[in-house]
Design a protein around this ligand. Sequence first.
Ligand SMILES: *Cc1c(COP(=O)(O)O)cnc(C)c1O
Length: 393
Amino acid sequence: MDISYIINELGEDREQYFGSVAPPIFQTSMFAFKTTAQMREALQNEAEVPFYTRGNNPTTTILQKKLAALENAEDALVFASGSAAVAAAVMANVQAGDHVVCVLKPYSWTNKLLNLLLARFGVQTTMVDGSEVAHFEAAIQPNTKLIYLESPNSWTFEQQDIAAVAALAKKHQLLTIIDNSYASPLYQNPIGMGIDMVVHSATKYLGGHSDTVAGVVCGSKEMMRKIFHSEFMTIGAVISPFNAWLLLRGLRTLPIRLDRVSQSTAEIIAYLEKHPKVARIFYPFSPSDPQYDLAQKQMCKGAGQFSIALKAETMEEVERFCDGLSRFLLACSWGSYESLIFPACTLYTSENYQNNVLHWSWIRFYIGLEDPQVLIADLEKAFAKMNTPVAQP
Ligand SMILES: *Cc1c(COP(=O)(O)O)cnc(C)c1O
């Protein structure tokens, strides 16, 4: 389907609301019926029609239709956060005694969901290095129910061969879920590669304006119905109609935002690759990346997130570099208009100094919509500050 049709038109029915070009925000908790019979019918059909906003709301429905279409899925469910979407997709499909195979180093709260929360309820998880399909195969047990992927993953942006893992899962009759937040539906479509469910933190590219936390699960109608009647309704991590509307607004510009981000990131990567203070770059679309061929195979383009390892002797040098940047905000998240850095050294405290999996010299970047030359000039200025301690008064 034509992407601009999905973004501009799909799911919208202006005749229902006075020709209003922007869809209305149905800021209501419930919907009223004229007769008992109508109310009964709606209640039988709660997954499909507006009855109560924890289940269905017309503003949110427009968003769900667009997101499903962008991911080539039959249907989608939108949640109050990406983490709620991940949790619902996983929890709806496991029970005590089941086993999950998950790629190493996923998003931190996904890791906690599997290894802390679900472990409490008798679901076991094996974490595997996702660089080889054989590692997934070796981890499969008789009680394995699903394989969870995140490609590229958070911080180090390692990929898994999505089509190959999906084929393996089909052979063993396992469900597959992938967190596709990094690439967005525009740069990678895992359902076409055989994956069952795609989750996104819609807080990132889909929203794109740093003003909304949200998540989505895309998949078959049958699977979305199953999640609707279980975790979606019982846990009730529902998005507000206003936040759904903000996401609809964010979506209108998704293709041009991503184009800009992708192009600027390529320019900045080219600059950093030549820089003597950069020891390593973690970016799947960097020709020097060990998984560059896989990136070309399964993603259309590189997005705006990457990490670097700074050539620094001390954590203080890293801090001087980070504090020397004025056009990058020190913040988590990514995917919006503004450039960000997340230095791994902020995760270090005196207690966990020895066993942190992310080295203190690593910095995660997100490139926003600014002029890339302005960002490069800012980086140049900060590199120059690395070795010059601030004079003590
Ligand atoms: C941010 C993020 C999440 C969690 O999404 P929230 O909207 O913050 O709950 C999940 N996966 C990835 C890859 C993320 O970056």
